[in-house]
Design a protein around this ligand. Sequence first.
Ligand code: SAM
Length: 205
Amino acid sequence: MLRRVQSDPPPPKLTRADLPSDDEVELVTEWLPPHQGPPPLHVPVIQRPPTGQEATEAPPLSSAESGDPEGGVRKSQKKRALQTEDVYFLDASKEGNVARFINHSCDPNLFVQNVFIDSHDPGFPVIAFFTSRVVKAGSELTWDYSSSSGAESSPGAESSPGAESSPGAESSPGAACLCGSEACRGRFMVGDQLCDSCEVEGHTP
Ligand SMILES: C[S@@+](CC[C@H](N)C(=O)[O-])C[C@H]1O[C@@H](n2cnc3c(N)ncnc32)[C@H](O)[C@@H]1O
């Protein structure tokens, strides 16, 4: 037979008046203890250059990198005309996490999705990687760098494997792909189209 054991008096019931107002509520989704020891690999640093300056830190993309002989340069110049106060970036040369080491594959086992945990600001997504298939332990995790940009369908992006060694390959868009998959398109897009993720509503020039 079960018997309810009640040693302490029950806590008082909360009423609506006890609840904090919406302004006072802070949603805590994760708690991390104060960090000790060497810097962890998983702390992202969102950098915001001093306000009022032009975003000139990054050199303009070459047309080969941008995937568009003229448009890439034009687009880069347009981006550089953005006031830096509108632009946030995570400088992977300074901080980041192991996702920095995820290579591109034309037949990837990961796909990428923006999720919002600590902020619902579209400028601050958490870039989350998911897989939709069984991945054997020890397999390299890869994603398609072009997948969110639609760059696969851009002219020349479907060139055959090894296109970089063929005459005129330097002028093909993107970088030579060494993923080695049977579905390899030969090149993958880098650079400017990643910045397209910054073009969230209200943040475009
Ligand atoms: C995010 S890093 C990936 C990690 C990098 N491989 C490393 O060892 O640090 C992206 C760079 O890796 C290289 N890379 C990634 N995937 C590649 C691929 N399929 N073919 C050729 N180079 C690739 C390119 O130099 C690219 O700019």
